[in-house]
Write a protein that binds this ligand. Structure first.
Ligand code: 523
Length: 131
């Protein structure tokens, strides 16, 4: 069976990358992620990303480019990541997160990222440094 997609955003603004600390479930709480969530039936990944970032953070964003690769999550799910530009709003932890941080190019290792997010974060950090 085809794996279901979880989409996440490497959201940029002002040369910094947004990191979100999960508040649930218990085994992931306290770890940091690129925010996002599961595709709903019939959704394209970019649509799901815009919807999830609106619901979870109260912001409008524009997906820019897929970060190459796909990372296994639990059984039946894979993580895909897009870079995304913040269009409007100031992100707030409305759902699923209890803290947000904007990380500058030298700070992208400063939080305890979920293991499965690390390859995409490394690429997002490289893009932040190299433009
Ligand atoms: N991850 C993950 N990294 C990451 C995201 C956005 C999600 O490892 N950057 C994992 C965490 C969960 C699963 O993917 O095991 C689903 O993410 P979740 O809970 O953020 O998706 P939602 O918000 O769509 O989930 P429901 O509340 O269940 O609808």
């Amino acid at each position: 069976m085809t794996d279901r997609v979880v989409v996440a955003g490497a959201v940029y603004s002002g040369g910094r990358l947004l990191a979100a600390r999960r508040s649930a479930p218990e085994e992931l709480a306290g770890r940091w992620e690129l925010p996002g969530g599961k595709l709903e039936p019939g959704e394209r990944p970019e649509q799901a990303l815009v919807r999830e970032l609106r619901e979870e953070l109260g912001v409008e964003t524009e997906p820019v480019a897929r970060i190459p690769g796909e990372w296994p999550l639990g059984p039946g799910y894979v993580l895909q990541v897009w870079t995304a530009r913040l269009l409007s709003g100031d992100p707030r932890p409305l759902e699923d997160h209890d803290e947000l941080r904007w990380l500058g190019p030298d700070e992208t290792d400063a939080v305890d990222w979920l293991d499965q997010d690390r390859p995409a974060v490394a690429e997002a950090a490289r893009l932040l440094r190299d433009g």
